[in-house]
Design a protein around this ligand. Sequence first.
Ligand code: C2O
Ligand code: CU
Ligand code: CU
Length: 573
Amino acid sequence: MRTKTLFTLGLLITAISLTAQNPLLIPGTLSGTEFNLNLQNGTYQFYSGINTTTMGANGNILGPTLIMQKGDFVDITVNNNIDDTTTIHWHGMHVSASNDGGPHTTIAPGASWNPQFTVMDKAGTYWYHPHLHMKTNEHVSKGIAGMIIVRDDEEAALDLPRTYGVDDFPLVIQTKDFDADKQIVTPSNSDDVIMVNATINPVLAVPAQVVRFRLLNGSSQRVFKIGLSNNLTFYQIGSDGGLLSEPVALTRLQMAPGERAELLIDFTGMDGQTVQLMSYAAEFPNGIYGATYPGMNQSMTLDGYNPNALNGSNFNIIAFSVGAPNGNPVTAIPDALVEVTPIPEGDADVTRDLTFSPEVMGPDQLNGNFLINGLSFDMDVINYTIQLNDTEIWSITNQSAIAHPFHIHDVQFFVLDRDGNPPPASEQGRKDVILIQPQETVRFITKFEDFANDDVPYMYHCHMLVHEDGGMMLQFEVVDQTTGLEDVEFGENELVLFPNPLTDGVLTLRTSGEHAGIVAYEVYNLTGSSLLDVKPGGVVREVKINMGGFPEGLYFIKVTTGNETVTKRIVLQ
Ligand code: C2O
Ligand code: CU
Ligand code: CU
């Protein structure tokens, strides 16, 4: 066993010396409460001397790291200068749907968008990227993506490395496909170039002490199995939505597209050595994008996938070249981090069952498209209406032959189980992406708080961008119907609207009391368009409104009686 390890290391060292190494690009930072992002076209030399056409934010490639403080009210201006409509989504952050930057919140070429929100998230590593329907992959692959670091008092109280670019480094890990002219190809299943922060064959000088890395799998499709070349133990301290309760000692960590992980590596005493961060993709079972065969069944092929040196083999991601410790080193891995309080299963108000399936069965199924509950994305259909403050369990079964990373906007969730078994420690923190293997059922629990009744929905989708663009995405809205459930007293009249939610399409308005009576009513949709405007004639005590022909969602009913006007919300299901 020992001989084999040494032999493998020897091969690695040979391989490393054959490729020129490039110093890792460290994206600049923006901090404070006002942020400006200029989305632009550009060119960038992934290969020295060759210009590749790219897109970036405030530069030719990627975007600045945004450093935000929990509790701050931030004001962001996004200027779109890329000659194409796009959007910018704050992945993992808990913001209202209209600030979330999903596919409905488009920014036309030459236009600006100005989201403003209070940072409510725990200290952690989030990210931003375009989210235009059917163009997400192109805009991300061409280069628009950036990290968001949220800081808070809880994290600040811990003895952790946190000096950006000194002992705390962002690692945006991506694969791309370049054509013969070194231009980026999308969509593609032939992504055979691995890079970190847009640097191919990167090397990073690190101090001989505890160093923090914020990893983001920003790839369009590829899953990584992160490990270190010498099987050195590393410590995961954070998952998608912030810090774990305690560091988890690991030698491997699976990371699917969209997932983040904060790691500590203790380089103490390793001055002069080089350590490779690798993907041990040879360890993947089939049925995962990154394995030798991307489908469970080897006869299933994915166009363009093989041959590719990254599929099913171990490869280097970045070399860490260890130098002298710096000024104020952190020298120990902390014993404990923050309090993580998972939501108890018994708190759930609703359980939803979801399935992933291929649109076409059989050996060609990996080429897509893929469906959620048999459905494909439709901008005009709200798939779920969720009650504000409800706790829900989502039970997701993958009936397709390839693993899909599921992502939901608005919330962070806790994984309850994978096929009935508790998740590994690295998945016991707050998450917003979870990889679901073929034939596997994953259940998570989450609570929909703070934001409701917006005029655009939130997304839930596969974070393989080729699948997402192909329609493996649905949408939900959160509604606060509490006002609609109660009888409202106004003047001497009493008005009741029922049932709410409205399930059979017929809404009844009824008044009682001495002078009660309805003289007019209007029905509005979320965008404020009037759909019905009726004066029944005279004063009536009860009217029935047939809303059965309207799309599901939230409506406002404005009712005028003899002496007052009241507007109430109704959910049509
Ligand atoms: Cu990272 Cu809906 O996306
Ligand atoms: Cu997201
Ligand atoms: Cu997918």
